[in-house]
Design a protein around this ligand. Sequence first.
Ligand SMILES: Cc1cc2nc3c(=O)[nH]c(=O)nc-3n(C[C@H](O)[C@H](O)[C@H](O)COP(=O)(O)O)c2cc1C
Length: 170
Amino acid sequence: MKKMDPSELTIRPFHLLDKEWGLLATGKEHPNLMTVAWGGFGTIWNKPVVIIYVRPTRHTFSILKDQPEFTLNIMPETYRKALEICGNQSGRTVDKWKAAGLKALNSDVVTVPRVDGADLSFECRVIASFIVDPVRFLDKAIEKLYPERDYHTAFVGEVCAVWATDRFCP
Ligand SMILES: Cc1cc2nc3c(=O)[nH]c(=O)nc-3n(C[C@H](O)[C@H](O)[C@H](O)COP(=O)(O)O)c2cc1C
């Protein structure tokens, strides 16, 4: 795995999170893991960013509010079971690192760890967040995704460092 410039990554943005899923790590003292499938990669305010969407009911949400940093990690296919565990159990009651057999790696820039074994890891500092406002839904079908009215918060993370294996390098 090597550190690289985000502009040199070869990723398929519409495949990566939707089909492969990502492992979001948050928290410094007691880091937590959560599987995510919604999010995006791009540029805003002249910075490369990763945007993730977290419902307020997640343990991850409370951690992010206190400590606005995260790492987003893309794992090889062999980690699918680990991703299922991290997407169905809560860090409030379970140590998901242990439950999913995952190991933390020190990040270079942020205080939140990366996940050992990842093919791609983004180290991000949250520079803005905003709540998805249902008043703005032009497609009324979106509202059906919120029977509990627990609208996501978007966390915009400035990419501070990127690590990738050959899979994501040109
Ligand atoms: C494939 C998959 C994708 C998910 N994507 C998201 C997501 O993008 N945002 C979100 O808030 N929850 C998402 N979840 C649900 C959380 O991962 C799940 O509720 C988790 O248990 C929350 O953990 P926490 O309470 O430790 O934060 C997803 C779950 C799965 C299985």
